[in-house]
Write a protein of this length. Structure first.
Length: 371
């Protein structure tokens, strides 16, 4: 009972509390759906101050790291390659999204334990892959930038994280039976794009603002495949045959990769600055600093008051007001009876008259003392 009475009284207040600032329609500002600020307008392409689209390309090394067969073996690195292209959309000065296509090839080695490893020798495998993913981009430099840092803003640290699907082919060769018939031997995998090839990735990038149109970036990403066959060890974890159980070399269930790339970002748009390089806090503090350092001198009349009527020439509509004449707020001499004779020269201030008779009606004789 009490709860029902409480809701009855409070809910109307909640729904109608903002109606005082509402306008006639939802397209007028301020309205119920705005903050009530006087500086509110619709946000469309014409209102944008910054570019927010870009295209990125890059390439570099691909290395199989946490897997049964790795790119690091016997103190040597088996280099692979990687390349990417992405369409980037900056949502705010801190966060953006990218649709990315990536492809490459990794080379890795490994050896079975025991007698099987002695017989088979060191196995060589490769993985050719293609990936389509959505990446989130967090601009740490904008997020963590000090408000008292007024240095040129040319470097930015970015954090990336995303998900996607991948397709890949793998092949493993050793000195044993797989060396004789690699096409039919099971240590070759052809994974197509599907939900089973779901993967995660995350990493860091260091960007340098070369110009208004171009960024240079050094980026490293760690790819978690979620697949044990990604390193070329075959499509089964335990085949029942010790001679080909490459997926049992270690206890990992996910073969992961590291990529290190150097890339370029081409910023698109007509504006002089990109949203990723804008810090609104810096702008706000800069404007505050300008106001604080501004001169306290208050200049009333920039152009002066040449006719000395008490109204600045900046907005004086009668710059040659006769000396001693009373004026209105626009600097125009007063004519109370609107007869064309200003009050300074009008001998009959409250009665309309003629110019020839000093502002008095025709036929009225003006005493010599008033002339």
């Amino acid at each position: 009972m009490k709860l029902g009475l409480f809701l009855t009284l409070t809910l109307p207040m909640v729904f109608y509390a903002q109606d005082r600032t509402s306008a006639a329609g939802s397209n007028d500002y301020p309205n119920t759906y705005s903050s009530g600020s006087a500086n509110v307008q619709q946000f469309d392409n014409s209102a944008k101050r910054f570019n927010d689209w870009a295209v990125s390309v890059g390439g570099g090394a691909a290395l199989m790291t946490n897997a049964d067969l790795t790119s690091f073996y016997d103190g040597k690195i088996n280099w692979g390659y990687n390349a990417y292209v992405s369409l980037d959309k900056q949502i705010s000065h801190v966060f953006g999204l990218s649709l990315q296509y990536q492809m490459g090839k990794s080379n890795q080695k490994g050896q079975l334990p025991g007698a099987e490893g002695v017989k088979a020798g060191v196995a060589n495998a490769w993985t050719k892959y293609q990936q389509i993913s959505v990446l989130g981009d967090v601009n740490f430099s904008n997020l963590l930038r000090r408000v008292d840092n007024h240095s040129p803003y040319r470097w930015a640290l970015h954090g990336y994280g995303g998900i996607g699907l991948m397709a890949y082919e793998t092949l493993l060769l050793d000195n044993d039976i797989s060396n004789y018939n690699p096409r039919t031997f099971p240590l070759a995998v052809d994974q197509k794009f599907n939900i089973g090839s779901f993967f995660f990735q995350g990493g860091l990038g260091l960007k340098y603002n070369v110009s208004n149109l171009l960024d240079l970036e050094l980026r490293t990403m760690y790819i978690v495949s979620g697949d044990e066959e990604f390193d070329g060890g075959g499509d089964l974890r335990d085949t029942g045959n010790p001679r080909i159980n490459y997926n049992l070399i270690n206890d990992s269930y996910s073969d992961n990769m590291l990529t290190v790339n150097l890339g370029l970002t081409f910023k698109l748009g007509k504006h002089s600055s990109h949203l990723a390089w804008h810090d609104p806090l810096q702008e706000a503090y800069y404007k505050t600093s300008v106001l604080e350092s501004a001169s306290d001198d208050f200049v009333v009349c920039v152009k002066g008051d040449n006719d000395n009527d008490g109204v600045c020439d900046d907005w004086d509509r009668q710059l040659d007001t006769p000396a001693g004449a009373r004026v209105d707020g626009a600097g125009v001499a007063l004519d109370m009876d609107l007869d064309g004779v200003i009050d300074l020269y009008d001998k009959c201030v409250t009665v309309p008259g003629t110019v020839e008779n000093s502002g008095c009606p025709t036929g009225m004789v003006i005493s010599p003392e008033l002339k």
